[in-house]
Design a protein around this ligand. Sequence first.
Ligand code: IPE
Ligand code: IPE
Ligand code: MG
Ligand code: MG
Ligand code: MG
Length: 365
Amino acid sequence: MSETATRAGARHRSPFDLLAYLSDRTAAVNRALDRFLPGATTRPATIHKAMRYSLFAGGKRMRPAVCLASAEACGGSIDDALPFACAIECIHTYSLIHDDLPAMDNDDYRRGKLTNHKVFGEGIAILAGDALLTQAFEIAAQCKGWPRYSHRDALLEVARAAGSLQLIAGQVADLEGEGKRISVDQLKYIHERKTSALLRCAARLGGMSANCTAAQLKALTDFGHHVGLAFQIIDDILDITQTSEQLGKTAGKDTKAQKATYPAIVGIEKSKKIAQQLTRRAFAALKIFGGKAVALEALAVHLAVRSSRTTPRASLPKYSDSRGEQKTRSDLSGADAIALKLPCISNANLPNEGPTQSPLLTVDS
Ligand code: IPE
Ligand code: IPE
Ligand code: MG
Ligand code: MG
Ligand code: MG
């Protein structure tokens, strides 16, 4: 990233091209996933076709991006982080296949295509999910181990994030919360587990693959935690404000299924404010990287303003890092975009609060 001195002597960074970053990292992740998975014609072909159908259906690859960007923020290499990025995406895709099943959210569309069970039948969809979860461990097991983190440490991270105390716990509570009036605390419990746990894991594994310091690991944990919470709130808002075509999945499902969501409990406007506040906290957690986490900073902002499944160039924020000048805000004020006030987000003026000191509902207005 180039830096130039201005007349006033202030140093400005070039805008970070998040679109180019995402496109490059997504291509690397897709190539690696293609290598890691058995071919579509490998016997039994049905299961490998079904696994690949959902895995390559066009997901945004946000968790792999967070994993790779976390490694880069700690001075690590993409190659070392790639097995983790792919393992996390396999777990995420498995969780979506199962989430869409009739016994769970009963969805017909995902990633702009028919859901796995609609194409392959429920039995194969369940098995495709099982196989992707197992595949994730096979891929993650190929990591090497670092001076500060063993091979075992890394695998424990994956197992814990996906297990019955985290992702599965969130999905259980999500199902059990349907049709009930639940408290914000209970909803926070759900979001921390069903969504945030995997994003936190993606960030931590990226850092571990770069042999990060304990302080960097803590910062990445805070980042993943807050970005994950914001991500699910925005997913819940978009379920109401966007069309099925924009989402690539059926809109309005949460209301229909009487899901417990932030918009249902506190309304859309307050939900947006909470998502903004969480994004600021995610951003603040990156302070210790001193400007080296520019991709993570851009991702945090992008996740907060994301307004559609496929992100048009115009809606991507071009911006300089937290200490540089705001270059362009691009089209952040699209009708459905979350109104995140980018200039307010700066490592310089944000409190650095960890997960435990960040109660969700502390929006000032
Ligand atoms: C959808 O995640 C499920 C949630 C946790 C909200 P994404 O919005 O990242 O889905 P893909 O991977 O892009 O399809
Ligand atoms: C899904 O949450 C979370 C997991 C799959 C772990 P949602 O049920 O809100 O996700 P969508 O809206 O179906 O993508
Ligand atoms: Mg669900
Ligand atoms: Mg769902
Ligand atoms: Mg949803």
